[in-house]
Design a binder for this molecule. Structure first.
Ligand code: COA
Length: 252
């Protein structure tokens, strides 16, 4: 059966999932696509061997998009740095004929979800020159950051060595390059949740306070007031009567 091109199939006719052992055989093709794409962009490439991708797949740290016949159309994987303090969703690639169909968006969203589940306390980071990736990242909640907020670990920056702009990075002492650094800090969510909780608590105390100062309902309390009045009359009028009697007796 002749395969349809991306423009001929429905744009949602693909599957995005955590790659499993059934995708291992696609590692070579993915690697090749990464190299081709880097050549086309003239950026150089952070070298990944097919074995590296196989390892990622085996560890359940890769996301793959496949078409209706099971061929790879998009990919990325999750890497950790500085003992899980940072997580990067790297190696994003979409086959050229499948670009602009939302594949990268779907792959990145799944990688983000996987990263949040497996490493809930890690900061999720990325560096990129791609406007598409910046757009996707910001929709996921990333914000631009300075390189000083990224891992200091040499292993993290090693991936940049094969990039044509690597000398810019070294000349600036890893402070600047053509890439933009982006970060998502789970602490932001915790702070937001805490703030929301504080707002709810303060709203609750205002409500309690308001109820405590409920406007006085005279009609509701009139029975109580009548009883109080009669007690007072008995007490004070009797007291006054006794005092008057006493005064008269003293005069006599
Ligand atoms: C970058 C890449 C992954 C984008 O894949 P894609 O599947 O075409 O992206 P999507 O269709 O999910 O697009 C996501 C958003 O980016 C926008 N976009 C896509 N390509 C774009 C481009 N070249 N320039 C600007 N915006 C772009 C889309 O319009 C979309 O925005 P929208 O939601 O407002 O419509 C793909 O072009 C690719 O594989 N490039 C080569 C490898 C690469 O650059 N990888 C990134 C390394 S950091």
């Amino acid at each position: 059966m002749e395969k349809l091109s991306a423009s001929e199939v429905l744009t949602n006719d693909y599957t995005v999932q955590v790659a499993t052992t059934e995708h291992i055989h696609l590692a070579e093709a993915i690697c090749l696509e990464m190299e081709e794409s880097a050549k086309a962009r003239g950026t150089g490439i952070a070298k990944r061997s097919p074995q590296y991708l196989r390892d990622k797949i085996n560890e359940g740290k890769a996301i793959i998009a496949t078409d209706s016949v099971g061929d790879f159309i998009g990919f990325c994987y999750v890497e950790t740095w500085e003992h899980g303090k940072f997580v990067a969703n790297s190696g994003l690639i979409v086959k050229p004929e499948w670009r602009k169909y939302g594949v990268a968006k779907a792959v990145k969203a799944r990688a983000f979800e996987l990263s949040r589940t497996r490493y809930p306390d890690a900061k999720i980071i990325g560096i990129t020159t791609s406007l598409a990736v910046m757009k996707i990242n910001s929709e996921l909640g990333y914000e631009p950051t300075t390189f000083s907020e990224l891992p200091v670990n040499d292993a993290f920056w090693k991936g940049c060595q094969s990039c044509v702009n690597y000398d810019v990075l070294t000349r600036t002492d890893r402070k600047h390059c053509l890439c933009t650094g982006m970060i998502f800090d789970p602490e932001w969510e915790r702070k937001k949740a805490l703030k929301e909780q504080e707002e709810i608590s303060s709203e609750e105390s205002v409500m309690i306070e308001e109820n405590a100062h409920e406007p006085w309902n005279f009609l509701k309390d009139v029975k109580v007031l009548e009883r109080l009045k009669s007690i007072k009359e008995k007490m004070f009028l009797k007291m006054a009567e006794r005092r008057a009697n006493k005064l008269i007796a003293n005069r006599d």
